[in-house]
Design a binder for this molecule. Structure first.
Ligand code: 6YU
Length: 542
């Protein structure tokens, strides 16, 4: 086995796990190692426990939703929630998603959906044929309530009209894909230009006009969460339509998204995965020898922060684009060719965070699953303030109500993108709670409403091995940059250094299925390099 190619995979997110799983299922690669910087698998797929639901005294056993699954593959138990406490009035915590939330487009073509179904991680509704056929263009409609900062609830009809206008304009932005020229560089500028035109034709009174603009501004902020960017002015217009959507109504994992990487991990030989092994530098194009391996040289040497070194024939790098942006000049030696370094600099990688709030009692109506927030003094046609300290919380414009309440208690999951989100990461939990309590007092018009009893948030920008949430095609870059990033090194087909990860998938970037497919792509690239007959020599097919 020692004569067969040695492969290292850097990063145990879905891309790294996918690559490792595919390679380890071939007998051509018995010498496989996966090096992960943190203490867990999953990367930006990360489920944690939150909330302390409490049953009333005298309540019976804790209810479970019909059709519930308790989680998949052998050796991995992911129960719905954890009960503890003796006597009447048990308490529990539930699984929430710190990172990826939904399977976008859960249908046959989506490998995350397929794998999760095979592992038994999804409920019957998500797996149903009807669910797989539904096409909502990435924006499922949930029963929503629209609160304004003036303490009033906005009319659903008014909001619906504005939302339809916004989604029509957004659909138009995807039509520039194959056009040689675009009139403005960014999605944001295009939308604002169109809105400025439309406003001239509005016949509403002034107050309604301003309100409609304020609602539109909420949709700009929502779109920043979707694209993982500070401003839609940073998202390139021409390539925007290249992001591909699959059919299927977005679904979640009843036992947590983290069940997927956990199951993938169990299929790998235990000794092949090393946690707490941050890679510091990947050296390639060399001739490295191990003392115990006389005569055999390896072109790749990977050195970890703790000084341990690994030699290999091939390394698949799956670290996030955010990490590469910060470290690529020292992380890879010799440095990347200019085309690749430019792609890393030019592609976008922003921040989208979640803030979970648990309430003793809901302030929203029982059937509400989504809370949208409108700041009536804002408009996409008026430059926003830049004082982060004074107004960061204005960027948080949507809360999901975690369902069902019998399972979660009264928990909201807020989404916040951009520089405001990065600023929020620097605050204490208490400061976040204070600011959001103020916001909720404004929205409800009730300054005495009890504050949330618990808060938890993600901090993806501060995470040293991620440095943000996901990639987007920024102004000044295009899908060609994604392909350039995905190109292996060196260019003469030796495949010493390969690149996977969501940011290397030209049409599914920013998603879990993009990540998984990119890992498979690089594994297949290696598999097709070798003659996979049971020859004990490793012979590249060049
Ligand atoms: C999806 C969703 N979703 C919300 C939030 C986030 C993301 N995504 P990983 O980072 O996983 O793995 C790399 C590993 O490498 C990691 O473990 C590191 O620790 C390790 N590493 C780093 N440096 C290292 C070193 N030096 N040495 C060793 N190891 C090292 N995707 O499908 N559905 O609902 C969401 C969401 C808050 C943060 C998401 C969602 C994105 C996915 O999570 C992400 O793409 C993959 O998990 C990445 O896997 P990976 O393996 O590549 O990296 C038009 C247009 C619009 C475009 N956008 C539309 C789509 C919207 C995306 N949706 C997002 C929404 C949410 C809520």
């Amino acid at each position: 086995a020692e004569a067969r190619p040695r492969v290292l995979v850097v990063g145990a997110g879905l891309a790294g796990l996918g690559a490792a799983q595919r390679l380890s299922s071939s007998r051509a690669f018995p010498n496989l190692r996966l090096l992960e910087s943190t203490g867990r698998a999953g990367g930006r797929v990360y489920s944690q426990r939150f909330g302390t639901g409490r049953a009333p005294r005298g309540a019976g056993p804790r209810p479970r939703r019909a059709g519930a699954v308790s989680g998949g593959c052998a050796g991995v138990q992911r129960p719905w929630g954890k009960d503890w406490g003796a006597g009447p009035g048990w308490v529990w915590s539930e699984v929430v998603e710190i990172g990826a939330h939904w399977i976008h487009g859960p249908s046959k073509e989506n490998p995350v959906f397929q794998l999760a179904s095979d592992y038994g991680l999804l409920d019957e509704e998500a797996m149903s044929e009807e669910n797989q056929k539904i096409e909502v263009g990435g924006h499922p409609l949930l029963p929503a309530v629209f609160y304004s900062n003036t303490g009033r609830v906005l009319s659903p009809e008014l909001v619906e009209g504005v939302r339809n206008l916004f989604s029509t304009l957004l659909d138009q932005t995807r039509e520039f894909l194959h056009m040689p020229q675009v009139s403005v560089p960014s999605v944001g500028e295009y939308l604002r230009k169109e809105i400025a035109q439309q406003v001239k034709e509005w016949t509403d009174d002034d107050e309604t006009k301003w309100l409609k603009l304020a609602i539109l501004n909420t949709y700009f902020k929502l779109e920043c969460c979707v694209s993982g960017t500070h401003s839609m002015d940073h998202v390139a217009l021409g390539p925007f339509g290249e992001y591909a959507m699959l059919p299927g109504l977005d679904c979640t994992f009843p036992g947590g998204y983290g069940g997927l990487p956990d199951c993938m991990l169990t299929s790998l030989p235990k000794e092949s995965v090393l946690f707490h092994k941050p890679v510091m530098v990947v050296r390639w194009g060399g001739s490295y020898r191990e003392e115990s391996q006389e005569g055999r040289t390896f072109p790749v040497q990977v050195e970890c922060e703790d000084g341990e070194r690994f030699l290999a024939d091939h390394v698949i790098i799956t670290v996030p684009l955010g990490f590469l942006k910060e470290h690529h000049e020292t992380f890879i030696d010799p440095p990347l060719p200019p085309r690749k370094a430019d792609a890393i600099r030019q592609l976008g990688f922003g921040t989208n965070n979640k803030i979970f709030l648990e309430f003793e009692q809901p302030f929203w109506p029982p059937d509400c699953q989504l809370i949208e927030v409108v700041w009536e003094d804002e408009s996409p046609l008026v430059e926003a303030g830049t004082d982060l300290q004074a107004s960061w919380f204005r960027k948080l414009i949507v809360f999901l109500v975690l369902q069902p309440p019998e399972r979660y208690g009264h928990v909201l999951c807020g989404f916040i993108a951009g520089k405001e989100s990065e600023y929020m990461e620097t605050l204490s939990d208490a400061a976040v709670l204070r600011a959001l309590t103020d916001v909720i007092h404004k929205l409800t018009g009730n300054p005495h409403l009890a504050p949330p009893k618990k808060v938890m948030r993600s901090q993806w920008h501060s995470a040293p091995y991620t440095r943000g949430s996901y990639s987007y095609v920024a102004v000044g870059s295009s899908g060609d940059d994604i392909d350039a990033l995905a190109q292996p090194l060196p260019e003469d087909a030796l495949l010493q250094v390969l690149f996977a990860g969501e940011a290397t998938h030209r049409t599914f970037y920013s998603t879990t299925h993009g990540a998984l497919l990119s890992g498979w792509r690089e594994a297949d690239r290696l598999l097709s390099l070798y003659d996979t007959s049971e020859s004990h020599q490793h012979k590249p097919r060049l």
